[in-house]
Design a binder for this molecule. Sequence first.
Ligand code: G3P
Length: 195
Amino acid sequence: ALVLTLALAGGYLAGSIPFGLILTRYAGLGDVRAIGSGNIGATNVLRTGRKGLAAATLLGDALKGTAAVLVAGRLGGEDAALAAGLGAFLGHLFPVWLGFKGGKGVATFIGVLLALSPLATLVFAAIWIGLAFAMRYSSLSALSASAATPPVLWALGQPRAAVLFLVLGLLLWWKHAPNIRRLLAGTEGRIGQKG
Ligand code: G3P
């Protein structure tokens, strides 16, 4: 239990680093939470018009999850890896530094998934990219790809990871409630559309 607690806490600390907020502030763009959807993630960083910063945000928010899982797995085994993945995701969504008001979890979901199943990550990416090209909604792409992930992991023979991603997916959907409302109302912003 100590190993799992440490993995969860370590994952949380890594996950709570808000790359979007840090990178945009460092670039002199002010607070990214004041524009667009108000989110700290790559999609909203893209609304500043800075593609490189958006890509760096996606990478940072994803790789903090990947790193947490890989390090915990190396030190503590499979259970620790899963606990660190959960911790990293919770850290991104609920960072103590930001009054527990964090991001929506898409990049970190991908990063944790990458460490546990590169194949399931490819499926996620294919769904995300396909839908993004067709519909140009970042949120819709993420909602769809995240919903597909638990059954994909199950089919790939990773039932424990499937359960973890069911939990992460539910949290991701819950965090996207405003996006879901806008999608249903037809008012959701398209990818790259300035906010
Ligand atoms: O990563 C979050 C994305 O799915 C939606 O972001 O800024 O449009 O709420 P945003």
